[in-house]
Design a protein around this ligand. Structure first.
Ligand code: ADP
Ligand code: ZN
Length: 292
């Protein structure tokens, strides 16, 4: 059996096929341009792959309310060409297979909880720190959607000591987490791409402060059993020990559990599935679409 997966990102689309165990068999990446240009290319990729179902992990915000007439559409993205674009219906109708959609971070959380770093845990979160910042949540075994879907990347932050631009850059909230800690914010603040900053640059102390504040906020509001940090910025592996240490400091010994106090190295972790968290989660959604 062949399943199809689409990881729809603001920068690139990753198309993939996998087997019935959601092992990734093929990956194909194309740049995200306009729907008119990009969607036919996605359809073309899947056309001869004989997929039996499709799962989509999409950038957002996306309408996930099944009762809504615009279910499966992108809603208010800063990528203007995609505003109100019916991504899921367009692909479902073109490929004529059962199709499910969720946010990119929710599907990554699903994959990490099913077969990655948080395998077997009923409460975990996956955070991507890249062009944007977003979190996917699994609480008591279920993906969280709530009223719309969580937008934890836009939680408000306390200014970090040593941050020369604590006002932040989010067009909606200025100094929210995304506005102070995504890849573009790092570049705006220091005038150098995040990729080029050396590990001993003060930029990383500021970055770790914000990501540790996020971990602290998540721990006291959601009580996850594991926090998986992925995305381009987290390729900087030296951030992990520093975020763990600062999170413990911020918690101040308040949350008493061996998982945090003695095993923080196993608690705040990189994705177990590496770059495949998103497509693997979309394959798991495809499996769900078939069962539904
Ligand atoms: P996207 O968010 O578009 O899915 P990424 O997760 O790769 O893609 O995020 C891209 C952002 O991450 C850019 O702002 C880039 O500067 C930053 N980035 C990518 N790779 C690295 C790296 N190795 N080190 C630091 N920052 C990185
Ligand atoms: Zn914001």
């Amino acid at each position: 059996m062949i399943l199809g997966a689409l990881e729809a990102g603001g920068t690139k689309m990753v198309c993939s096929v996998g087997d019935e165990h959601c092992n990734v068999l093929d990956r194909y990446s194309l740049p995200t341009r306009t729907p008119e240009e990009t969607v036919p290319q996605i359809i073309e990729y899947f056309r001869d792959k004989h997929i039996e179902a499709l799962g989509i992990g999409s950038f957002g915000p996306v309408d996930l309310n099944r009762q809504s007439p615009t279910y499966g559409s992108i809603t208010s993205t800063p990528k203007l060409a995609w505003v109100n674009y019916p991504l899921m219906p367009a692909l479902r109708d073109a490929l004529r297979v059962p199709t499910e959609v969720d946010t990119d971070v929710n599907v990554a959380a699903l994959a990490e909880a099913t077969m990655g770093a948080a395998k077997g845990l009923k409460n975990c979160m996956y955070v991507t720190v890249g062009t944007g910042i977003g979190a996917g949540l699994i609480v008591e075994g279920n993906l969280v959607h709530g009223l719309v879907h969580p937008e934890m990347g836009h939680m408000l932050m306390r200014p970090a000591e040593g941050d020369p631009t604590p006002d932040g850059f989010c067009p909606y909230h200025k100094g929210c987490l995304e506005g102070v800690a995504n890849g573009p914010a790092i570049e705006k603040r220091w005038g150098v791409s995040a990729k080029q900053l050396p590990p001993d640059h003060p930029a990383w102390t500021v970055e770790c402060e914000y990501l540790a504040q996020m971990c602290m906020n998540a721990i006291v509001t959601l009580s996850p059993e594991c926090i998986v940090l992925g995305g381009g910025v987290m390729q900087q592996e030296h951030l992990f020990p520093r975020i763990r240490k600062r999170t413990l400091e911020l918690l101040g010994g308040y949350v008493r559990t061996p998982r945090i106090e003695r095993d923080i190295d196993g608690y705040i972790v990189p994705p177990g599935l590496g770059i495949n968290s998103g497509v693997t989660g979309a394959l798991l959604l495809a499996q769900r679409a078939l069962q539904a």
